[in-house]
Design a protein around this ligand. Structure first.
Ligand code: PA5
Length: 445
């Protein structure tokens, strides 16, 4: 497994001193992560027994044709990312419902056979309204079909707290644990991502081994390029107004990693208060893109629009073997296509990736490159930790807490009040002064 990071153009000379200072600050942050590891790093060293437990549970569920993941946010994105990156051919075996759009829910339910469907209900807090609603709906569906929910449902939640844990104890559901110190968007390397991996036939221990290798490299190598990337990001954001971080993947299999990254980066860095409680409204906006598709969509904006973006382009080394030749008849179809004759689609994909990088750089846009030798479980594990560390280090430079998300509470409180949850009307009044009614808006035609 090799993953390479090319930082692209160096920072302007005027920022060299600042880059050095920030790198030293990040080096000392890495030391403190080593001395007192946050939950998402702590689990790497304890993870192999968890991998074993995930393999066991996956074996128990072998008899089910389909496994449906019920969850939202960090409790669903990890499963989707693992499936799409490592086993995209099994999208029908592992279905991830990470929303409560009734149309999707009903369409999915109607496509399933209750007798051959298992469910992972994933919620760290155990109390998320969307996940509770999904659970209630599918449990009722199982009961109506004469199935015993405890045979079909596995709960993935906190070891002690929350309504899902209480339910598991009361009704005897099979459970796996999300360690208390690991928050939702940092939970992909717990059973949240590892159990779906095992169900897809991917060894969770390999994901963990890759993750550990990345963490140990950052920990042990003082001048690790990740630190320069984070320092460069902070300097460009602060001094060049480049507060949008684009992650553009030249691989359909990695497009969901872009969504996972967007949640991690956006929810961790976008904060009203700094760590001392001062109002600062800081953050960096993540934007996920996919090449070559977005060369016909967003790249126009990237190349010529406001210079408010930084780019990280993710690519897979060289061509796949065997190549997929285009066939010999290009020139016969049209003289305009003659240049494609004798080439493979792999070569065109690679040429477009390089073309985008060089064109953006020529337009003066800051482009770093993350290049994977291959995409396997170990590499994906390493990428998860790369982005988790980058996020925590970026939060350190922004002086914000990466692990909380107070900004999502107000919307939840209003929704609870609208659903009649006791005590929430008063909370809305405290928040808004009154329970606001939605206006219909002006007719457009
Ligand atoms: O990162 C987070 O903490 C959130 O995005 C959560 O993952 C999301 O809100 C779901 O929470 P829970 O796992 O408690 O149901």
């Amino acid at each position: 497994m090799t993953v390479r990071l090319d930082l692209g153009h160096p920072l302007a000379a005027v920022h060299a001193g600042l880059a050095r200072i920030l790198r030293e600050k990040l080096q000392s942050t890495v030391k403190s992560l080593e001395a007192s590891p946050p939950g998402f790093l702590e689990i790497l060293d304890e993870g192999d027994s968890v991998a074993e437990r995930c393999r066991e549970e996956a074996a128990r569920l072998q008899k089910f044709e389909t496994v449906v993941v019920l969850g939202i946010g960090g409790s669903a994105l990890g499963a989707r990312t693992v499936r799409d990156a490592l086993a995209p051919e099994f999208a029908a075996r592992l279905v991830v419902i990470d929303n409560i759009d009734p149309v999707t829910i009903v369409r999915t339910r109607d496509s399933l056979d209750p007798k051959s469907t298992a469910f992972f209900v994933v919620s760290k807090s155990g109390s998320t309204a969307e996940t509770a609603a999904q659970l209630i709906l599918f449990r009722t569906w199982l009961l109506e079909a004469g199935c015993n929910p405890a045979e079909h449902i596995t709960l993935i939640t906190d070891p002690k707290n929350g309504p899902l844990r209480a339910l598991a104890t009361r009704d005897g559901y099979s459970t796996l644990e999300i360690p208390p110190r690991v928050g939702g968007r940092f939970s992909v390397l717990t059973p949240v991502g590892l159990l779906p991996a095992a169900v897809l036939g991917i060894d969770p221990a390999e994901l963990l081994a890759g993750a550990r290798a990345m963490w140990h490299a950052v920990r042990d190598q003082e001048d690790h390029p990740l630190l320069d990337w984070v320092a460069g990001h902070a300097i460009r954001a602060e001094h060049a107004g480049q507060q949008i971080q684009v992650l553009m993947s030249y691989s359909d299999r990695l497009s969901t990693l872009g969504d996972w990254f967007a949640q991690l980066w956006g929810e961790s860095l976008g904060k009203k208060l700094d760590r001392a409680g001062k109002v600062v409204h800081r953050g960096s906006t993540p934007l996920a893109a996919v090449g070559a598709t977005d060369q016909h969509s967003l790249v126009q904006l990237f190349a010529e629009g406001p210079a408010d973006k930084q780019f990280l382009i993710l690519g897979l080394d060289g061509a796949r073997a065997p190549l997929t030749p285009l066939g010999a008849e290009a020139a016969e179809l049209s003289a305009d296509f003659a240049y494609l004759e004798g080439h493979s689609i792999d070569e065109l994909f690679e040429a477009e990736r390089i073309g985008t990088i060089q064109a953006l750089r020529a337009a003066g846009r800051p482009v770093a490159r993350l290049q994977l030798e291959k995409l396997d479980a170990a590499t994906l594990g390493a990428l998860f930790v790369f982005f988790e560390l980058a996020t925590v280090l970026a939060a350190d430079l922004l002086d914000v807490d990466p692990y909380d998300q107070p900004g999502v509470e107000a919307g939840k409180i209003i929704a609870f009040a609208r659903m009649g949850r006791a005590g929430y009307e008063e909370k809305v009044r405290e928040l808004l002064g009154e329970v606001a009614e939605e206006t219909p808006g002006a007719p457009l035609f």
